[in-house]
Design a protein around this ligand. Structure first.
Ligand code: ADP
Ligand code: MG
Length: 947
């Protein structure tokens, strides 16, 4: 440490408690603590505590190199041209024997000055300042061979005393900072001919210098910045730098004396890191005041080993082009110009003239603390160089810098801190949750325990109650027994007292006897007296009795009188009765005369009834006859059916007379095939119309409710036949025939009844105005019900025919669907009977046709009700199971369904397209083929599917 008053900025600041680190301070003391008032300011001016501006002035020391061999060789010719006065920090420069000038510097180092002392005086204050967060520069200036590199860049790896400023500065910094929290990194550069080259990464040449337009801070972003691990690492890097400098100079055919070497030490220190790591965190994570923000100090130390300051022609380096020579000197010349301008307080500082001055912008006239060591040789041979070096140093001493502290918020630390706080809070939260869970578990356990103890208590109390009750019962028994004992004792006591009484009585009697004997005589006299008295009494009573009987006699006479009166009243009533009897006989006579004609009438009625019975019997006989005829006809029909091909079935509703007789006759088409059959039927129908005319419809309908099954069957057959005639259909419904038929369907268990009734309903359902009535009276439901209960193909054919007829009325479609008509129709397919299936197909075709018409007229929208009940799927699935005639109905239904656009998706999904295509090509009927083609062509979705 310097002892002189001039060169002691560190001490002067230290004296006033200025922010200074130092060897005296322990490494563990955080730099933030050392600052008197940690301000949140990001950059502030360092206080000049002693009030003098020179605390920021560039410090300049002179170092005289010891005489070398060359000096000694020239020793006789050239005496030393310098004379040092270190005690008064003066230097005398002798031009010749009579001209001498004296200069004052901040420090004068003689040739004996150690490297250690040079470091401590020149560099240490700057390094300390850098450790505090200020920028610093240490620079060596002087003629080649005067010891610049020796002073600044000497490594002294094996001999610590030889170590120059670079190694010592890094050693010093590493001894102060903590690499856990702080960061030390270096860049090592060389500048030659205005080109900056990286000595740590020699491939990087011509590195640009960048200036921050806001802060004016200069940086070399292209240069490698290597973070320092330890001193060994420092040696390694500096050695690499040295080797690269040597290699580069050889390659460029230059000497080290022509290039500037610049070591940049980047230092980053956490301002309050230690307190935060070791101390406790604030509980309020949001309440971070600006003073609590973790700050980071960023500073830079530049250690510059300049090129030789001598003029080129004298340096002995030959062979340079003029331009090159100009460049070699450009940086130094510019530095000199800048220092001159700064020393003279010139308004313009030509910093931008060279790269060196740009890099050193902060070092001279900037915010850095700067120390300059000017090296000189002793030989008078180099007087002019020595003189110019000294003049440079003198001018540099006039440069005043305004040092500034660079503090930044350390967001990394802030983030870490927050993260730690979050971690702490999370763990605290988890701890609390655990605590709560364990508390809950404890409470649950307690609850369980108390429930158990409560249960135990209840059990024990129940047991106690039982015991008490038992005890109570035992006590009651004991009490009862005691009571019995007591009663027994009482009885004994009573017996004893009775005995005592008896004994006392006996005693008394004996006493009495004695007394009696004594007073018998007296008593006898008294008794006589009493007898007399009694006699008198009796006599008086007799007298009273006599009086009483006299009054009774009076009463008797009164009663006799009353009896007489009653007798006379009875006689009167008797005479009245006789009179009434006479009247009654007269009325009876009248009544009898009136009843006689009535009786006669009844007789007549009875005979009439008998007549009617007889008539009915003959009718029955006739009907039986007809039955037989019909049976024959049925056989014929069956025979005909077998001979008639399938395709004779007709689609249209009107041509399908479902039932011509109760037992189920064939269709009209069928009949038309057989004239004989027609004759037979017309004959039969004639008979039935005759019956109809003779008996009357109401009577026939009444027979439907007959108790006798036989009569019922005949009656329903007659009705079914009548219903086959168009003219009767409406009348039968009007006269209540439909109600009777539906009730028969519901109540009867008989198969024939079911079959014929279904046929009758089917016939009635041919009439358009009847269809609505049938539906409204629940006909479809009844038919579906019958279908579900039977597997008789004839019955099913009737039911299917009836529903098929109803399918032809579009107004009833929805109702038909809701009443389960369509589902029942599909279900009947299970029979596998062709006639039934033909009716199903006819119904579906009817339905689809009417629905298609309604939809095309715009009266209804949406997909087909048939599809909703699964008809489409059924049709596609069974298409190859239908007979030819049935298939035609199904094809027609298909074509009609395909006309409705809302069915498109279902048709495609069910695979109906294939069927539709087939119909359009193979259907035996041309109109059907055309209908299918039309549906395919008019629907783009179908066309897409076909492709
Ligand atoms: P420059 O870098 O200024 O050209 P050098 O540092 O290379 O000069 O020094 C030239 C020679 O002088 C070197 O051999 C060096 O060891 C020696 N030298 C310089 N200064 C001193 C000194 N103070 N003590 C001993 N030797 C020195
Ligand atoms: Mg050198």
């Amino acid at each position: 440490m310097a002892t002189g008053a001039g060169w002691a900025p560190a001490r002067s600041v230290e004296r006033h408690g200025a922010p200074r680190g130092g060897s005296a301070r322990s490494k563990s003391v955080a730099p933030g603590l050392r600052r008197p008032s940690p301000s949140p300011a990001r950059a502030r001016q360092a206080a000049d505590h002693d009030g003098s501006a020179d605390s920021c002035r560039v410090r300049v020391a002179v170092r005289l190199r010891p005489k070398n061999a060359q000096d000694l060789a020239h020793g006789s010719d050239f005496n030393s041209c310098v004379e040092l006065q270190p005690e008064c920090k003066r230097l005398k420069l002798k031009k010749n024997n009579w001209s001498c000038e004296s200069y004052k510097f901040d420090e004068i180092f003689s040739e004996n000055a150690s490297q250690k002392r040079v470091y401590e005086v020149v560099a240490k204050p700057v390094v300390e300042s850098v450790l505090e967060g200020y920028n610093g520069t240490v620079m060596a200036y002087g003629q080649t061979g005067t010891g610049k590199t020796y002073t600044v860049g000497r490594l002294g790896k094996n001999d610590p005393s030889e170590r120059g400023i670079m190694v010592r500065a890094l050693e010093h910094i590493l001894s102060i900072v903590s690499l856990e929290t702080d960061r030390v990194a270096i860049s090592y550069l060389q500048m030659y001919l205005e080109s900056v080259q990286d000595l740590l990464a020699p491939e990087k040449t011509n590195i640009p210098i960048v200036e921050d337009p806001k802060t004016g801070e200069v940086s070399l972003p292209g240069a490698a910045i290597v973070e320092i691990k330890d001193l060994e690492h420092v040696f390694q890097l500096l050695q690499i730098g040295e080797a690269n400098r040597h290699a580069a100079n050889t390659k460029m055919n230059t000497e080290s004396s022509r290039s500037h070497a610049i070591l940049i030490i980047h230092l980053q220190r956490s301002s309050r890191i230690k307190e935060e790591i070791n101390g406790s965190f604030s509980n309020d994570i949001h309440g971070i005041s600006p003073d609590d923000l973790p700050l980071v100090l960023k500073s830079k130390l530049l250690i510059v080993d300049l090129a030789g300051s001598e003029r080129i022609d004298k340096s002995g380096s030959e062979g340079h082009m003029i331009e090159e020579a100009k460049f070699i000197n450009l940086s130094l010349t510019s530095l000199g110009k800048c220092i001159n301008a700064l020393a003279e307080n010139s308004p313009h500082i030509p910093t931008r003239d060279s790269k060196l001055t740009r890099i050193l912008r902060d070092s001279f006239g900037g915010t850095a603390r700067t120390s300059l060591v000017v090296t000189i040789g002793p030989s008078a041979q180099h007087y002019s160089e020595t003189s110019s070096t000294i003049m440079f140093g003198q001018r540099a001493m006039k440069v005043v810098n305004t040092i500034k502290l660079k503090e930044e918020v350390d967001y990394e630390i802030l983030y870490k801190k927050m993260e730690r706080e979050v971690d702490q809070l999370t763990s605290e939260m988890e701890r609390q949750q655990k605590l709560r869970r364990s508390e809950k578990m404890q409470l649950d356990k307690k609850l369980e325990e108390s429930e158990m103890s409560f249960h135990d208590l209840r059990v024990t109390s129940n047991m106690q109650i039982e015991n008490l009750e038992k005890e109570k019962r035992q006590l009651e028994c004991a009490v009862k027994k005691l009571m019995q004992d007591l009663e027994q004792e009482n009885g004994q006591k009573n017996l004893l007292s009775e005995k005592i009484v008896h004994l006392e009585k006996l005693l008394n009697e004996k006493k009495q006897q004695q007394l009696e004997n004594l007073s018998k005589t007296k008593i006898l006299a008294d008794t006589t007296k009493e007898h007399e008295k009694e006699m008198g009494e009796l006599l008086r009573e007799l007298e009273e009795e006599k009086c009483c009987s006299a009054s009774m006699k009076d009463r008797l006479s009164v009663l006799e009188q009353q009896l007489c009166d009653a007798l006379s009243f009875a006689q009167l009533q008797e005479s009245m009765a006789r009179k009434l009897e006479k009247e009654l006989s007269k009325v009876t006579e009248d009544f009898t005369s009136q009843v006689q004609p009535l009786k006669e009438k009844i007789g007549e009625l009875i005979s009439e009834k008998e007549l009617i019975y007889e008539e009915l019997k003959s009718t029955q006989q006739k009907m039986q006859q007809e039955m037989r005829q019909r049976q024959g006809l049925e056989d014929q029909i069956l025979r005909l059916k077998q001979s008639v091909p399938d395709n004779c079935a007709e689609e249209s509703k009107t041509s399908c007379g479902m039932v011509r007789s109760g037992s189920g006759l064939g269709s009209a088409a069928l009949m038309s095939k057989s004239g004989k059959l027609r004759e037979a039927l017309s004959g039969q129908r004639g008979t039935i119309s005759k019956i109809f005319e003779e008996v009357g419809l109401p009577n026939i309908l009444a027979l439907l409710k007959s108790e006798e099954l036989d009569v019922q069957i005949h009656a329903v057959k007659v009705v079914a036949n009548l219903a086959a005639e168009d003219i009767n259909q409406e009348r039968i419904v009007e006269e209540g025939g439909l109600d009777a038929l539906l009730s028969l369907l519901e109540t009867s268990e008989n198969t024939t009844i079911h079959r014929v009734t279904a046929g009758a309903v089917a016939n009635l359902a041919m009439n358009g105005s009847n269809q609505g009535v049938i539906m409204n009276k629940g006909g479809a439901r009844q038919l579906a019900n019958v279908a579900s209960k039977t597997d008789d193909p004839q019955t099913l054919r009737m039911v299917a025919g009836a529903i098929a007829n109803l399918c032809g009325n579009e107004k009833l479609h929805l109702m038909l669907k809701q009443d389960g008509g369509i589902k029942a129709l599909l279900a009947m397919f299970q029979t596998g009977h062709n006639d039934v299936i033909a009716q199903i197909a006819r119904g579906i075709a009817n339905f689809a046709k009417c629905e298609s018409r309604v939809i095309s007229q715009g009266h209804r929208k949406g997909r087909s009700l048939l599809i909703e009940d699964g008809v489409l799927t059924w049709m596609v699935a069974n298409s190859n199971r239908f007979s030819a005639s049935t298939r035609r109905h199904i094809e027609l239904a298909f074509c009609h369904l395909a006309q409705n656009e809302d069915n498109t998706c279902d048709i495609i999904a069910s695979g109906g397209i294939k069927e539709l295509l087939r119909i359009s090509r193979e259907s035996p009927r041309e109109d059907t083929r055309n209908l299918a083609k039309k549906a395919l062509d008019s629907n783009p979705a179908f066309l897409r599917e076909v492709q």
